[in-house]
Design a protein around this ligand. Structure first.
Ligand SMILES: *Cc1c(COP(=O)(O)O)cnc(C)c1O
Length: 353
C-alpha cells in the first residue's frame, strides 16, 4: 500500500511539558489525511499537523455528516508500542459510517497509515504509567453543496495527542445527576453511532449539570425516562449484590470497547455479568436495601471512573461511601496492566509494533 510522507522540518516536541499534560490540547507533529472521491479512498498522506481549507458550502458544516473514533497507544517497558484493540475501533468506525451513509474503508487502509504515523511520532507517546497517546480518527463530508443529500466526497484524518492520567489525584468518584428536561437520544436516532450530533445534544444538559455542582449527566432512556443508558460520554456498570449489570446494546447506547473489555474480564474472573435494562428506581431501591456496592463509568479516555453520588428528582444516594470500589480498582489495574504490556495480553487485545 502506498503512503505519501511529508516530514515536518522541526519537531514541536521540545516545547511540550510531559509532566503536565492536559487532556486534548497538545498534538503530535504529524497527521494522516486521505480523501474519498470518484467512489474510492485515495492514497493516504502523513504530513505535518495543520489546518484544513474548507468551503463555506462544505456540507458537513451544515448537516453534520461525520463520524469519529477514539483509541490509545501505550509505551511498553521494553520500548514497543501497544495499540489497544485497533480492530474493534476499526469495526465500530465502519458501523458508525454505515449509519451516517459514509463509505467504509478496509482494515489495511485504517491500520497501515496508523502504525506508520505512530512510528514516525513515537517520541510523542509518553512512557510514564498513566500517560498515553490518544488517537482521534475522523471522517467528514466535503461536498461544496448546501442541498441536503449524502455527500459524494469525504476527508478522513487522524490526529494524535499525548495525554496525562485523566484524573490527577487517582480515581476520584464523580457526582451525577439525571436530567429532568433533556435526553441524549432515542433508539433509532444516532445513539449507537460515534458521531458529533450526539455530543452537540449533550452540551446544554451537561452545562446545566455542571452549574448545579455535578460532574456528569446520568442519561435515562428518551421514552420512559426510567431506564439508564449512559453517563456523559461513557458506558455505565452497576455492581448489585454479586451481579455486574450494564445496559444492553439496544440501539440507544454506544457499544463501548472498554465496556466490552470489562465484560470479558469480569466473566473471565467468574463474575456474573448481566446485560439488561436497569431503571433508576431499581438503583435507588438497591441503595436502600444495601445491595448496591459499586457504580462506575467506562470509556477509552478514563478507562474506569467510579461514581460516588447520584441525584434524581431531588433525592440522592451515595455509593460505596464515595470511595472507589474493589472491583472498579481491580478492573482498572488489570486493563491498564495489559495496555502497558506489564501483564500477559491473554485476549489478544494489543497490536504491538
Ligand atoms: C466513545 C463513547 C463511549 C466509550 O467507548 P469506548 O470505546 O469505551 O471509548 C461511550 N459512550 C459514548 C457516547 C461514546 O461516544
Amino acid at each position: 500500500m502506498k503512503i505519501e510522507i511529508i516530514k515536518k522540518q522541526q519537531s514541536g516536541l521540545a516545547k511540550i511539558d510531559f509532566n503536565n499534560l492536559q487532556f486534548g490540547d497538545t498534538f503530535s507533529d504529524h497527521m494522516i489525511t486521505m480523501d474519498y472521491h470518484d467512489q474510492c479512498w485515495k492514497t493516504p498522506t502523513i504530513k505535518p499537523y495543520g489546518a484544513f481549507e474548507l468551503f463555506p458550502g462544505n456540507c458537513y458544516l451544515h448537516y453534520g455528516q461525520a463520524v469519529f473514533e477514539g483509541l490509545k497507544a501505550f509505551k511498553t517497558p521494553n520500548g514497543k508500542i501497544n495499540i489497544f484493540r485497533p480492530d474493534a475501533h476499526y469495526q465500530r468506525l465502519n458501523n458508525s459510517s454505515q449509519r451516517l451513509c459514509i463509505p467504509k474503508m478496509d482494515y489495511d487502509t485504517f491500520i497501515k497509515p496508523l502504525t506508520q504515523l505512530l512510528q514516525i511520532d513515537s517520541a510523542w507517546i509518553p512512557d510514564k504509567k498513566g500517560c498515553s497517546l490518544y488517537i482521534r480518527p475522523v471522517i467528514f463530508a466535503t461536498d461544496n453543496f448546501i442541498g441536503v443529500k449524502i455527500s459524494d466526497t469525504y476527508t478522513y484524518f487522524v490526529i494524535t495527542s499525548p495525554v496525562g492520567a485523566y484524573y490527577k489525584g487517582g480515581l476520584m468518584p464523580t457526582r451525577l445527576t439525571t436530567s429532568g428536561e433533556h435526553v441524549r437520544t432515542i433508539k433509532g436516532i444516532l445513539g449507537e453511532a460515534k458521531t458529533p450530533a450526539n455530543y452537540a445534544a449533550s452540551l446544554l444538559p451537561q452545562e446545566i449539570a455542571k452549574k448545579n455542582g455535578f460532574s456528569q449527566v446520568l442519561w435515562l432512556d428518551g421514552i420512559e425516562k426510567q431506564y439508564i443508558d449512559e453517563v456523559g460520554t461513557a458506558n455505565v456498570f452497576f455492581l448489585i449484590g454479586d451481579e455486574l449489570i450494564t445496559p444492553p446494546l439496544d440501539g440507544s447506547i454506544l457499544a463501548g470497547i472498554t465496556r466490552d473489555s470489562i465484560i470479558t474480564l469480569a466473566k473471565d474472573w467468574g463474575i456474573t455479568v448481566c446485560e439488561r435494562r436497569i431503571s433508576i428506581d431499581e438503583v435507588f431501591e438497591s441503595a436502600k436495601q444495601n445491595t448496591l456496592k459499586e457504580i462506575f463509568s467506562t470509556g477509552t479516555a478514563v478507562v474506569i471512573s467510579p461514581v460516588g453520588e447520584i441525584e434524581h428528582n431531588g433525592k440522592s444516594i451515595v455509593i460505596n461511601n464515595n470511595e472507589i470500589g474493589h472491583l472498579s480498582q481491580r478492573l482498572y489495574d488489570e486493563i491498564t496492566a495489559i495496555q502497558y504490556g506489564e501483564k500477559e495480553d491473554r485476549f489478544g487485545w494489543c497490536l504491538t509494533i
